[in-house]
Ligand binder design. Sequence first.
Ligand SMILES: [Zn+2]
Length: 232
Amino acid sequence: MNIARSLRLVANHLLQPDCAFCGNRREPDHSICPACHSDLPWLPPEHIAPLPDCEETLSAFAYQPPISNLLLGVKFGKNIRSLATLGELTAEGILPQIAQVPDAILPVPLHRKRLHTRGFNQALELARPLAQTLGIPLLPQAIIRTKATLPQTELDSRQRLHNLKQAFALTKPLSYKSIAIFDDVITTGTTVHELAMLLRSHGAQHIAIWSCARAILRQKHDLGERIDYHYP
Ligand SMILES: [Zn+2]
């Protein structure tokens, strides 16, 4: 454990001695209590169907309660405290699965209008612990959204593709060959695919897709089957 992380954990413990999710007692070096930790919908690697056109697809959790509620809450300005905790837990889930450490992490950008309204990009905040632990840069400014697209969750898969057509642009030439694209939630994968294609066309050779959560078919997850994911 590096010094910065140790100091952060100590500070976190002194300032907030209780579990970030339920308020019960927690272990000194964890941000949540053991009961909450074991109740989380950790997503085993064998349950994650790879997305096309990328070399690695990793998600820490299935998009289901309490992760889905926490992420939605954060989006609408509640439970901001849980964002740091979710970032730490995401890193805990993803780090052991990484086959090749990328050169940099690209958080999926928000359009500047939405960023202004919300005040933060949750993908960027969630990816911070991963970048810190791996010692690689985050690239929040490398790509911008050129269109204020509609929220993907309100569209069907055909509309999603159209909605994202040329929605992103590089702000300067790409200086990394291996990049992990990071989003808070991956549903159909349309957004990250659009970004992957853009990076690839500008020289990226190894693309990983990482996320805090992945929308899966709950029943199949519970049955322990491999998820047969429909790509759009
Ligand atoms: Zn708890």
